[in-house]
Design a protein around this ligand. Structure first.
Ligand code: DQA
Length: 145
C-alpha cells in the first residue's frame, strides 16, 4: 500500500531561489518539490506539499495530518524552528516518523539559529545539505515506514 508523506515548509521558503541564494541555493521550492515527487514514486511514497508563512496555518495542517493518520512528516519550519512551542506541541500529537530538515547548517550560523525547539521530539534532523537534504529525508522516510 502506498504510504502518504506530508512535506511542510514554513515561512519565507516560498522565496527559495531568490532568497539569499548563497545560503539556500538557486532552486525554487517548486523545483525541489517536483524532484521530490519524481523520486517518491519508485519508493512507493505519495507526497502532499504544503507551504505557509503563518504559524497557525502550519499547526492546522499538522492537525489535519493527525486526523488523516498520515504515515510520515518532513518539515522545514524555517524561522519557526527557533521560536515555535506551538508547532512543537502540534507535532507531539503525531506518532508517525517526523524528519526536521534545514537547507543550511543551522549550527554553523548565528547563535539564535543553534537552538531547534523540535530537535528533541522529531525522529531525526538533516541540516546543511541544501536541497539534497529533502531527498535524504525522503530516503530516510522510505526506510523507516
Ligand atoms: C532554515 C534555517 C532557519 O534558521 C531559517 O530561518 C530558515 C531556513 C533552513 O532551511 O536552513 O528560514 O530552516
Amino acid at each position: 500500500m502506498t504510504k502518504k508523506i506530508q512535506i511542510i515548509n514554513g515561512p519565507n521558503l516560498n522565496m527559495l531561489g531568490k532568497r539569499e541564494p548563497e545560503i539556500y541555493g538557486s532552486l525554487s521550492l517548486d523545483q525541489i518539490n517536483s524532484d521530490l515527487a519524481h523520486n517518491a514514486e519508485p519508493l512507493g511514497l505519495e507526497l502532499a506539499f504544503f507551504q505557509s508563512n503563518h504559524e497557525g496555518a502550519i499547526i492546522d495542517k499538522i492537525h489535519e495530518n493527525f486526523n488523516a493518520k498520515i504515515d510520515g512528516v518532513i518539515i522545514n519550519p524555517g524561522a519557526f524552528t527557533h521560536t515555535s512551542i506551538a508547532i512543537r506541541d502540534a507535532l507531539l500529537l503525531l506518532t508517525c516518523p517526523i524528519v526536521e530538515i534545514h537547507l543550511s547548517n543551522i549550527y554553523k550560523r548565528e547563535a539564535f539559529r543553534h537552538k531547534s525547539l523540535l530537535a528533541d521530539i522529531v525522529t531525526g534532523q538533516i541540516s546543511g545539505f541544501g536541497a539534497y537534504g529533502y531527498q535524504m529525508a525522503l530516503n530516510a522516510m522510505a526506510d523507516m515506514i
